[in-house]
Structures are given as C-alpha cells and as structure tokens.
Design a protein around this ligand. Structure first.
Ligand SMILES: [Zn+2]
Length: 151
C-alpha cells in the first residue's frame, strides 16, 4: 500500500460479492461500516482516480435489470453512509471535495474488461447502479449540517 498524494473527492461504489474489495470503507446492509483500506492510503478502485480519492462502497447490487436480493440500499445503509461521508467532508474540508458515483467519473475510472467479468451481461454496468438514489443521497450529504453563523 502507498499513501495518497492528495484527496480531491469521494467516490461511491456498490460492493458486490464478486466484485473487487479495494475500498476504504464498505457500508454493510445493517448499517455497520467496515474500514478496509487505511484512509490515508491508495485503494485500487477507480484507476487514475486512485491517487486522489476516497472510496466508499455500499454492499449490494443496485443495477437495474438484474434479479438480485439486494436491489436497493437499506435505510440503515443510507443513514450510516451519509454520516460517514459527512465526517469525511468535515475532516478534509467540504469545499475541496467532490462526491461522485464511480461511473460519473467517466471512462478513465473503469476498466472495460473488468466490467464484463464482474457483472452479469444483463445488468446495467453503472456503479453504484441505477437503483442507488445517488442524487438524493449526495444532496443529503452535502446539505450543511451546521447552523449559519455558528462557526
Ligand atoms: Zn465502482
């Protein structure tokens, strides 16, 4: 493992049983959070973005068009994930960090062959997947949690 040179953003993934497990954090179905890769180190999760981002993965398969037990994240997962990301934004400084889904980073973040082998062919290939409420979740994470004038 090596240290990250800088921290520019948080990348949201889905963690599937057959997918890679190189994330800083994995948010489990029951809302518990596993710290997998030390926060200051590089995690191999999004190619060229590994050097500058923190990876937060949610356990489950949120792709449309796939018959899966865990097609949507649980309330406990979203609440814990929001608390975790708010904490990271506080730690690094909210003005300096972006929060994006893995696929939103574009082709520099995803290996084509890896996608083919890690997802069933009928599944949508986006990450965290179309059944993850990314826009709503991100808005919740980015809503200021301190009252105006309190700092
Ligand atoms: Zn991903």
């Amino acid at each position: 493992m090596s240290r990250r040179a800088a921290t520019r953003g948080i990348v949201i993934h889905r963690a599937e049983v057959w997918g890679p497990t190189e994330y800083h954090f994995v948010v489990r179905r029951d809302g518990s959070v596993d710290s997998v890769v030390p926060l200051q180190d590089r995690a191999e999760h999004a190619l060229v973005w590994n050097a500058t981002t923190v990876a937060v993965a949610f356990e489950g398969c949120f792709a449309a068009g796939i018959k899966a037990l865990h097609a949507t994240p649980t309330r406990e997962q979203l609440d814990s994930g929001e608390a975790l990301i708010r904490g990271l934004l506080w730690w690094y400084g909210p003005r300096w960090l972006f929060v994006r889904g893995h696929t939103e980073l574009g082709p520099t973040a995803t290996r084509f062959l890896e996608k083919l082998v890690t997802s069933p062919p009928e599944a949508d290939q986006s990450c965290p997947g179309t059944r993850f409420p990314l826009d709503t979740f991100r808005s919740a994470c980015l809503t200021p949690w301190w009252p105006d004038g309190a700092h």
